[in-house]
Design a protein around this ligand. Structure first.
Ligand code: C2E
Ligand code: SIN
Ligand code: SIN
Ligand code: SIN
Ligand code: FE
Ligand code: FE
Length: 376
């Protein structure tokens, strides 16, 4: 049965898809800053005390805002309040006294101790005309305390602009999400051929992120590392089933071939200029190097091994030892931690082993969240 050939073809096609997406994506996650800027713009334009930009999560039936102007991040049901009315009906509102309007939702005022009087609400749309959110200005700062028709027009202009920028942003964000999903799926394919569940790559990514943060790598870097981590064993797609799925111990020749999964993965990614794929390339290449220089493929030593390679080594082996493989049974936890401690300064970066053992409960928590065979 030519299953391995099919698996190989499938992987080639998926790799092509990844590369296609990568070239379209820039990693930008600063929607909060952008929403705040839009809120500032609205506030200035109409001399409001506060301005809130609400985004509609259609699938969740929620409206949310990152807040701004003294308000915390808030989520409300999309059928609630004046803003809910605007988003549902597409109608603009210019309300003189919110407390005289039955649609007004007082809970936010009650929670914040703020008093809402006058309110402007304007929906904003995407290019197809669907409503994706609303602008809300609260409390006119002039003596009359009432928003004018001119304010309404001004806020409409801002809202038009906001709709366009936010749509561009949301689309780009979806691409980033898609990119992450494809990477994880690809990693799972690498694993699935060796009969692993998808949880192996998820766990290794989470352990790696945790260890990166503990070792002082800035969170934004650690996140990129986490997204690239599922690709560490992608080179296994090129290893024949007869070796990958062998129930027993590999012969020396077989292990020589198996070791090539590192350089194969490295070669797949090294030409890419995309940042995540550059990181994936490093991880694939260096995750089986050893601190003492006896690892593969290069026999690099100590801090010559990239910190991402050293971290992945700890995360990957911790997970491999705790899991059933075709060639071995899972080890009990105590045997694993003893092994990790014994390999401190031999297989593993001693500083990373210390961080791992000192924070073991956090690693166990991740392990217990993604148990093989469970249905997370
Ligand atoms: P893997 O099964 O995910 O193991 C990853 C790493 O975890 C191994 O890298 C090794 O450092 C550690 N590890 C896993 N199981 C054990 C164990 O029982 N004892 C010890 N001391 N360490 C363990 P390594 O050795 O470079 O192997 C890389 C990959 O090669 C493995 O990934 C697996 O896919 C394959 N492999 C290694 N040995 C065998 C084998 O005897 N039979 C088969 N079928 N595959 C093997
Ligand atoms: C509402 O739109 O009814 C409440 C929202 C708010 O007061 O910020
Ligand atoms: C596996 O596919 O057997 C796990 C791969 C690894 O973590 O090295
Ligand atoms: C780094 O963040 O790359 C340095 C940390 C280390 O070498 O352990
Ligand atoms: Fe590996
Ligand atoms: Fe692995």
């Amino acid at each position: 049965m030519p299953t391995s050939k099919i698996a190989r073809l499938e992987s080639d096609r998926l790799l092509a898809v990844i590369f296609e997406y990568m070239t379209k994506i820039t990693v930008e996650t600063d929607i909060e800053k952008m929403v705040m800027n839009l809120a500032d713009l609205g506030k200035e334009l109409v001399s409001a005390d506060r301005c809130t930009v609400w985004l509609h999560e259609q699938s969740e039936k929620l409206l949310w805002t990152v807040g701004g102007h003294g308000v915390q991040k808030i989520t409300i049901p999309d059928d609630s309040g004046l803003v809910g009315y605007t988003v549902r009906t597409g109608k603009e509102l210019n309300i003189e006294d919110a407390y005289c309007d039955s649609r007004f939702n007082r809970t936010i005022d009650e929670e914040t101790g703020y008093r809402t009087d006058s309110v402007l609400c304007i929906p904003f749309h995407n290019a197809e005309g669907s409503i994706i959110g609303a602008f809300q200005a609260i409390n006119k700062l002039t003596e009359t305390k009432i928003f004018t028709d001119h304010d309404l027009e001004l806020l409409k202009i801002a809202s038009n602009f906001a709709g366009k920028s936010l749509e561009a942003f949301i689309l780009r964000n979806e691409l980033v999400e898609t990119q992450k999903e494809i990477i994880t799926t690809m990693g799972e394919i690498g694993e699935s051929r060796s009969q692993e569940t998808g949880f192996h790559v998820k766990r290794v990514a989470k352990y790696s992120y945790l260890l990166a943060c503990l070792s002082g790598i800035p969170e934004s870097e650690a996140l990129k590392f986490k997204y690239a981590s599922p690709m560490h064993d992608i080179g296994k797609v090129a290893i024949p089933d007869s070796i990958l799925l062998k129930p027993g111990k590999l012969t020396e020749d077989e292990f020589v071939l198996m070791k090539q999964h590192t350089t194969i993965g490295h070669n797949v990614f090294k030409k890419s200029k995309r940042e995540l794929l550059q990181i994936a390339s490093i991880i694939a290449n260096e995750h089986h190097e050893r601190w003492d220089g006896n690892g593969y493929p290069k026999g690099k030593k100590g801090e010559d091994i990239h910190i991402y390679g050293r971290i992945t080594a700890v995360a990957d082996v911790f997970d491999a030892l705790g899991s059933d493989r075709v060639y071995k049974k899972a080890w009990p936890l105590e045997k694993i931690t003893t092994y990790m401690a014994e390999e401190r300064g031999k297989q593993f970066d001693p500083r990373l082993v210390d961080l791992f053992l000192d924070n073991l409960d956090q690693f166990i928590a991740i392990r217990d969240e993604f148990i093989d065979g469970s249905d997370v």
